[in-house]
Design a protein around this ligand. Structure first.
Ligand code: E4P
Length: 217
């Protein structure tokens, strides 16, 4: 399973990338706002760090304008995936841009039928939002499993990019189901290394080591 980082924080991306944890990056208008940076500048900088797909989201609502924005974003670097919302105009944009050879990430997916039509429109990635479904007491992971089954039934090549990942359990479940990619904030990815028994065990080792009076260096 590939790991994308869901942030426009360049320092956080670079730190994880140095560890080989970054297969790609996703951004959205809210993350651009949080970064305080210009979308074109920060996206260019991210693309200079990461070689995998970097999603940059259009903000127009009509297909013609979305397509123009998508082409401008795609011109930033060859590894841009143009991110479009799962609306009818977004699907038209997906069809046009994917036919032109650009990667397209169809975002804000909340149903299996939406994922089905995104695949038919040529999406490179579909982004079902797990956490936001959980937020309203629906089962985000059930959606990932449904999409996996449907895509496998018909050999769709669209990759399932599980988004709105908020916890280590989400990551485990996505891996179990067979999501192609998860995108998660840096803190969630770093949190995967943590375990209470690791901390407890290390604490004991340190105490016992101190009692030996030895040094390695
Ligand atoms: C990714 O493409 C989405 O923008 C992101 O995962 C949304 O996450 P959130 O629901 O935690 O904002």
């Amino acid at each position: 399973m590939k790991f994308f980082v869901d942030t426009a924080d360049v320092e956080a991306i670079a730190e994880l990338n140095d560890l080989g944890m970054v297969d790609g990056v996703t951004t959205n208008p809210s993350l651009i706002l949080k970064s305080g940076r210009n979308i074109l500048e920060v996206t260019r900088e991210i693309c200079s760090i990461v070689s995998g797909p970097v999603s940059a989201e259009v903000v127009a609502l009509k297909a013609d304008e979305m397509i123009a924005e998508g082409r401008k974003l795609a011109a930033i670097a060859p590894n841009i995936a143009v991110k479009v919302p799962l609306t009818w105009d977004g699907l038209k944009t997906c069809k046009t841009l994917s036919s032109e050879g650009f990667m397209v990430n169809v975002t804000l997916c909340f149903s299996a039928n939406q994922a089905l039509i995104a695949a038919k429109a040529g999406a490179t990635f579909i982004s079902p939002f797990v956490g936001r479904l959980d937020d309203i007491n629906l089962d985000g992971m059930e959606l990932i499993a449904d999409i996996r089954t449907i895509y496998d039934n018909y050999d769709f090549s669209t990759q399932i990019l599980a988004a709105s990942i908020r916890s280590a359990n989400h990551v485990t479940e996505c891996a179990r189901i067979g999501a192609d990619v998860i995108t998660a904030p840096p803190a969630v990815i770093k949190g995967l290394a943590g375990h209470v028994l690791t901390d407890k065990g290390l604490d004991q080792f340190m105490k016992d080591w101190a009692k030996t009076g030895q040094k390695i260096l």
